[in-house]
Design a protein around this ligand. Structure first.
Ligand code: C2E
Ligand code: MG
Ligand code: MG
Ligand code: MG
Length: 278
């Protein structure tokens, strides 16, 4: 009957929730261990200048390889790390590793190649970010001008003095900022006035169907125009085919990333990529 069925549904739901929580708890414990045992890797995806098709730098992307050759979804790892506070430790490892890898590329004959690191808003809330960044730069010997920090709109919209001051101090060091996933967050763009970013990364959801759907073209065109009027450069994410590449060039987009050139690859492979593009 309906009553018993309702109860069963409830019980099933409850058990599923318990299972989900247990899974998350286990994953969190495994993330802790992985951090301790140095199991995380940074992979690098080239950022390409659309005028000369030259490599401007690379975005560092977190990877957690598993014994069977698969990877745990980085977005899941980040989300759990954010909720548990572990993102502070993970984030400072990422900064340290990315800066020393970039310093190595520069020493190997690519002095103009930059590195971009994704930051979580939690890292700003903590208050020790500036120190963490300074330490990573000092230990690696990387020039601050070679480091770009990728921020999300959710951080910028927050617009607290605390965040603003940290951004200003990091900017004063010579570090540059990119606004990641632009266009997916908020419609209130007033943060663009207060905050000194150097580039906008157009979210891949606008780019992926650019060459097949006519609907995205006016949007991407408008974002590029907006960026230009604010003297920001534009970077398109998720470029997978030459038709999209050509359209972006015509629209005046400055740079791009995507499988058309390369997915994120291990550091050793990225330097090989630099060598063969030279
Ligand atoms: P994101 O910063 O927007 O990174 C771009 C994502 O698009 C990456 O996914 C990249 O692998 C993927 N991608 C690049 N080119 C293409 C393409 O041509 N087609 C398609 N379909 N996808 C492409 P990934 O590596 O899974 O990372 C997902 C998100 O996780 C990142 O989005 C970023 O928000 C976060 N993340 C990754 N590493 C870190 C990290 O070290 N720290 C923090 N805080 N977040 C990170
Ligand atoms: Mg990014
Ligand atoms: Mg993005
Ligand atoms: Mg994204």
């Amino acid at each position: 009957n309906a009553k018993a069925e309702g109860r069963n549904t409830w019980r099933f739901y409850n058990e599923a929730m318990d299972q989900a929580n247990t899974d998350k708890f286990n994953l969190l414990q495994r993330i802790r261990d992985a951090l301790k045992n140095n199991e995380f890797k940074l992979y690098y995806q080239p950022k390409i200048c659309l005028k000369q098709e030259a490599v401007l730098g690379a975005e560092a992307l977190l990877r957690w390889p598993q014994p069977d050759g698969s990877f745990i979804n980085p977005a899941d790892v980040i989300e759990l790390a954010e909720r548990s506070g572990l993102i502070l430790e993970l984030g400072s490892w990422v900064l340290q590793q990315a800066c020393s890898d970039c310093q190595y590329w520069q020493q190997q004959g690519f002095p103009a190649v930059k590195v971009a690191v994704n930051l979580s808003p939690i890292q700003f809330r903590d208050g020790r970010l500036e120190q963490t960044v300074l330490t990573a730069l000092r230990h690696s010997g990387l020039a601050p001008e070679a480091l770009e920090l990728e921020l999300t709109e959710s951080l910028l919209i927050d617009n607290s003095d605390f965040v603003q001051q940290q951004l200003a101090r990091l900017g004063a060091l010579g570090i540059t900022f990119a606004i990641d996933d632009f266009g997916t967050g908020y419609s209130n763009l007033s943060y663009l006035r207060q905050f000194n970013a150097s580039s906008l990364k157009v979210d891949k959801s606008f780019i992926s169907s650019l060459s097949v759907s006519l609907r995205d073209e006016p949007l991407v065109r408008a974002i590029i125009q907006l960026a230009k009027s604010l003297e920001l450069t534009t970077v398109a994410e998720g470029v997978e085919d030459t038709a999209t590449f050509t359209m972006l060039q015509q629209l005046g987009c400055d740079a791009a990333q995507g499988y058309l050139w390369s997915p994120a690859v291990p550091a050793e492979q990225f330097i090989q990529y630099l060598q063969c593009k030279r």
